[in-house]
Design a protein around this ligand. Structure first.
Ligand code: AVI
Length: 331
């Protein structure tokens, strides 16, 4: 038999059926929920519903962070901007800007000082950036908003806006949601984009009495519980999981040795959950660890900045030293 007569399929390799790559959400869920201590990464909180729930948290009486930091800006914005500018013209960038609700106070101070300012908010959410642009350009004349959609936790972002001096804002104690090692990695990436003399304004929530911390992460109205449980609703919505969300209880724990608040979701009893082909069995009391929120001391702030290539230059706090706004210079 000539080779030409051989059955066609015998000679043409059949390509395996393509396997669709997992989405980042599916990958995170698969990896985290099959680990010994089940975990879900906190970035999963921030879909549209979760971002709205977080906005509500910032207004809760127990969640002192946002209003304390805002009060520090309200009292010291001119001083902060003057110290960052050091006599030069300033451009301002903001990491994880979201809707840039508190930033207006600092931008107003920059406009008072130099007449106009370029402001580059960086965020993964184009919708939040659009809102920030519309809101700020109408509210603060003199601000030119140049939004940038990027994941600053992964990719270096070009920060140079052509001005003599850059000020990078990383406020709201967002740095506290990273482990110390990851926090250094994130800040080092920022440092690598700056020139010596440029500055970073870092908001840090401070260690304080346990009662205040527990209330901030487990409020009476249940807003934080709803925010925490939204992560399971998200897996139901986006991955077709079948979590019975009512059977998971929100838990906030203060871990003094690690200097962090932890959030967990505790399984109310033995239960089975499926996500596509994956079957998960939860024992009663077993938890999914959803967030760490590190709290700082003067020593840990200085350490973090030093490891990341910055030097702490000036610091502003509230009277109770619950929150600190730190100006650090790229060394
Ligand atoms: C966004 N981040 C600084 C908040 C925090 O306090 O760690 C997220 C949050 N988690 C519970 N409440 C607020």
């Amino acid at each position: 038999m000539s080779t030409l007569a051989a059955p066609l399929t015998a000679r043409i390799p059949i390509a395996p059926a393509p396997v669709a790559p997992l989405s980042p959400v599916a990958r995170a869920a698969l990896r985290g929920l099959t680990a010994q201590q089940r975990t879900l990464p906190p970035w999963l909180f921030y879909d549209a519903a979760g971002s709205a729930l977080f906005e509500r948290i910032t207004q809760l009486p127990e969640y002192y962070l946002t209003r304390t930091e805002r009060a520090i800006f309200a009292a010291h914005a001119d001083e902060i901007i003057a110290a960052a500018a050091g006599g030069e013209t300033l451009s301002i960038a903001e990491l994880g800007a979201g809707t840039a609700a508190k930033t207006g106070l600092l931008l107003e101070a920059a406009v008072r000082r130099q007449g106009s300012v370029i402001y580059r908010p960086v965020d993964v959410s184009p919708t939040a950036l659009e809102m920030a642009k519309r809101h700020l350009e109408s509210r603060v004349p003199g601000v030119l908003v140049e939004p940038q959609v990027a994941d600053y936790t992964r990719d270096p972002i070009p920060l140079d806006a052509g001005a003599a001096r850059m000020l990078v804002l990383y406020i709201g104690s967002s740095i506290g949601n990273f482990s110390p090692e990851d926090a250094v990695r994130v800040l080092r990436t920022v440092r690598d984009q700056l020139q010596p003399g440029d500055t970073l304004l870092l908001g840090t929530d401070m260690v304080k009495d346990e009662r205040t911390l527990l209330a901030a992460y487990d409020d009476a109205a249940g807003g934080t519980a709803e925010f925490n449980r939204n992560i399971l609703h998200r897996l139901n919505r986006e991955l077709g999981a079948d979590f019975d969300v009512t059977r998971f209880t929100h838990q906030a724990i203060w871990k003094a040795a690690e200097s962090r608040m932890e959030m967990h979701l505790v399984s109310n009893g033995p239960q089975r959950v499926t996500i596509d082909d994956l079957e998960l069995h939860f024992a009663a009391g077993e938890t999914i660890h959803t967030e760490n929120s590190y709290k700082f001391t003067q020593k840990s702030i200085v350490w973090l900045l030093k490891q990341s290539g910055f030097t702490l230059e000036q610091q502003w706090t509230d009277a109770k030293v619950w929150f600190a706004v730190n100006l650090a210079v790229a060394s």
